[in-house]
Design a protein around this ligand. Structure first.
Ligand code: PNW
Length: 508
């Protein structure tokens, strides 16, 4: 034992002798974890909370979720929030990203009635974090729209932008004295394409080729309004920042042909730049090429106007530059081709519009989720791409993580490998000059994984969903992450604290 410690000290010493500029994360870099209200809170109808689109649909038809589960109780963080904050302290977090449930605060979706019990819950949660110097980072919208607003069309209604601004203002005025980082929307593509352009998220509108484009404009305008509200009326006294979080897969070309490079560019436009170019690009507006393609296809398909909306000059200028930082969620990657790997896409649909194919390399380390691979350098590549495209913004990685099986042991070695790799890539990106300000691991604890229910686990802490207490137990990855935070370096993937060395010896 002593010898092995000595050896590992020598190995670490040797590794740090390698001339790398930046072996340590900067002092002001913040580490945290992330969660979302519907995935962890439970208490779906307690204390005056209104119904959201997941409550409504999972109750209406339980079979839409693979294990026929729902978020009625989830990890029960509504009642266990003190234990959650205790876990944050165990890990040594600088910050914690969570989302507000819109209908817990505004049961009808509108600010005519504020649900005080919901406000109390978030006040207690935030105050408990602040007691231990953990900075709360709030996502205003992480997919749990008030059902009442969906009945009015949700994100497809042009009035959505006003509804969202009204809600955002309520949140800033209630919590902005203590919350200094605000994220308007989590993952626009997952909201718009999955929720309105297909059936892979609620509200499963499935208006392919139409719904995602309606949603895209109203979401971007809603973001712009929420940003301006904050900037004009709250920032001067509260002094915080506001941004948007997108999800990026790293898309790499199948071959080095020009066609495949172009296919990658189209994938980037359709899956994230559609939402970020209007806000973050110097030109503003939706990506030009995508707009032209959709206009042309719409005409060929007999539509009197493009299925994709555009901005008036006034709107374009209004949303341009409405950010203080960019939030990046990153998990995985794909190989993209102009000619191969295509599926029969719905017509019309955004994937039919761009007409490219994608696949994976089966030699990549694979997680439990079908889309979850460890792709070489993927986070580093996404960070440098965003830096280039958007003129070097401040960036936070607001999510990244690894999916495991529900029966997975506490010794989650693949997850540790994933996190170890990601830490190295972030240090390299910082070396490269990316203004990377923080990192939030998805997730603090196992939770309701949307359509996959409880069959995919992302937690640093395992949650026992069969126990009424929803007992939480740290996995190996929790100890690994804690060590990263303690040392503020990229800890080696074979790091094993004593506790786990013993478990491995006992054959657990
Ligand atoms: C995120 N992809 O979604 C969500 O923000 C979380 O709510 C969710 O639980 C978590 O990741 C894990 O799935 C993703 O395209 C969206 O690879 C897209 C991808 C991955 C995750």
């Amino acid at each position: 034992m002593k010898l092995s410690i000595l050896l590992s000290v020598l190995v670490i010493a040797a590794a740090s002798a390698v001339p790398r500029q930046q072996r340590q994360f900067p002092d002001d870099f913040i580490f945290g974890t992330a969660t979302a209200s519907y995935q962890i809170e439970g208490a779906w109808d307690e204390d005056g909370k209104g119904e959201n689109i997941w409550d409504y649909n999972t109750h209406r038809d339980p079979t839409i979720i693979v294990d026929q589960s729902n978020g009625d109780v989830a990890a029960d963080s509504y009642h266990n929030y003190k234990r959650d904050v205790e876990m944050m302290r165990e890990l040594g977090l600088d910050c914690y990203r969570f989302s507000l449930s819109w209908p817990r605060i505004l049961p009808s979706g509108f600010p005519n009635h504020i649900n005080q019990a919901g406000v109390d819950f978030y006040n207690n949660y935030i105050d408990e974090m602040l007691k231990y110097n953990i900075q709360p980072i709030v996502t205003l919208y992480h997919w749990d729209l008030p059902q009442k607003l969906q009945e009015l069309g949700g994100f497809t209604n042009p009035l959505f932008e006003e509804w969202f601004e009204d809600y955002a203002r309520v949140a800033y005025s209630l919590f902005g004295d203590r919350v200094k980082l605000w994220i308007t929307f989590n993952e626009p593509k997952e909201i718009c394409y999955q929720g309105y352009g297909s059936v892979t998220k609620m509200p499963q509108v499935n208006a392919t080729g139409i719904g995602e484009y309606l949603c895209a404009k109203h979401l971007v305008m809603g973001h712009g309004r929420a940003y301006h509200s904050y900037n004009n009326d709250f920032k001067p006294s509260q002094g915080g920042q506001c941004g948007l979080t997108i999800n990026l897969q790293w898309y790499m070309p199948d071959t080095d042909s020009e066609e495949d490079a172009h296919a990658v560019d189209l994938m980037n436009q359709a899956t994230w730049a559609l939402y970020t170019d209007p806000i973050y690009s110097p030109e503003g507006g939706f990506p030009k090429e995508l707009s032209e393609i959709v206009a042309k296809k719409s005409a060929e398909q007999g539509y009197p106007r493009s299925r994709m909306l555009s901005f008036t000059d006034e709107e374009r200028v209004y949303v341009q530059g409405t950010y203080d930082f960019l939030g990046l969620n990153h998990y995985s990657g794909n190989i993209v081709s102009a000619t191969r790997y295509k599926e029969p896409y719905a017509v019309p649909s955004i994937y039919d519009d761009i007409d490219v194919g994608w696949t994976v390399n089966e030699s990549w380390l694979k997680g439990q989720a079908a889309w979850n691979y460890l792709v070489p350098n993927s986070l580093y590549n996404c960070l440098t791409l965003l830096r280039q495209r958007y003129n070097d913004p401040d960036i936070y990685v607001t999510e990244s993580g690894w999916s495991g099986a529900p029966d997975a042991s506490l010794i989650d070695e693949d997850r540790v490998t994933y996190y170890a790799t990601i830490m190295e890539q972030m240090l390299a990106a910082i070396d490269e000059g990316v203004k990377l300000k923080g990192y939030m691991a998805w997730s603090l604890l196992d939770n309701f994984e949307w359509m996959k229910g409880y069959t995919e686990r992302f937690g640093l802490y395992a949650v026992e969903f069969s126990s009424p207490e929803r007992t939480r137990t740290p996995r190996l990855s929790a100890f690994f992450y804690k060590e990263v935070l303690r040392t503020r370096t990229a800890v080696a993937a074979d790091y094993r604290p004593e506790e786990f060395t013993m478990k491995i010896d006992e054959g657990h």
